[in-house]
Write a protein that binds this ligand. Structure first.
Ligand SMILES: [Ca+2]
Ligand SMILES: [Ca+2]
Ligand SMILES: [Ca+2]
Ligand SMILES: [Ca+2]
Length: 172
């Protein structure tokens, strides 16, 4: 009888701790390695065979069933040292990531092929700036407005952009 009580106490304690972030498996993959199709978002399919799966619903704050770079980075920053097993993942996945991308070479208008005022995912793919896409798309509507484009380049400057794109900022 006594043994049984102890066992159920332990069980209760275990299930209680399972609810807190600290007992979840730590994320040990960075954004780029999770985003298999490089569309700038981690889908449920991309996440479900990784430790990040347990965190998915917490990270996906706008509940569109995709993790954007912004959602990923804010979750990491918010939980620094708690959710990631690799401190680099937690600390500055962001800057480490963007420094590795191909720099943006063109200004906004030459990227917006159909001149609808937005850079779409496929327009970004055409020009090899797809990696930047999820970072630039701050309102997460899956297209880049001129304002988002300029804001991104103004913030990260020559780390992300080359001459023509930087020139555009000076003239804007
Ligand atoms: Ca993806
Ligand atoms: Ca989301
Ligand atoms: Ca367009
Ligand atoms: Ca946008």
């Amino acid at each position: 009888m006594k043994k049984l009580t102890l066992a159920s106490t332990i069980l209760a304690a275990l299930s209680l701790s399972a609810c807190s972030t600290s007992s979840m498996p730590k994320i040990d993959s960075n954004f780029g390695s999770l985003d298999n199709d490089d569309d700038g978002y981690i889908s449920k399919v991309e996440a479900d065979d990784d430790n990040i799966w347990e965190h998915f619903s917490n990270i996906d704050t706008n509940m569109d069933e995709q993790i954007s770079r912004k959602e990923f980075n804010s979750y990491m920053q918010l939980n620094t040292g708690k959710v990631a097993s690799d401190t680099e993942v937690a600390d500055s996945a962001f800057k480490a990531d963007i420094a590795k991308f191909d720099p943006i070479e063109n200004d906004f208008s030459s990227l917006d092929n159909d001149r609808n005022g937005f850079i779409s995912i496929s327009e970004a793919n055409d020009d090899d700036i797809a990696n930047h896409f999820g970072y630039m798309d701050t309102n997460q509507d899956k297209r880049i407005s001129q304002q988002e484009f300029i804001g991104y380049i103004q913030t990260y400057g020559s780390d992300v952009a080359e001459d023509e794109a930087l020139e555009m900022i000076k003239n804007s």
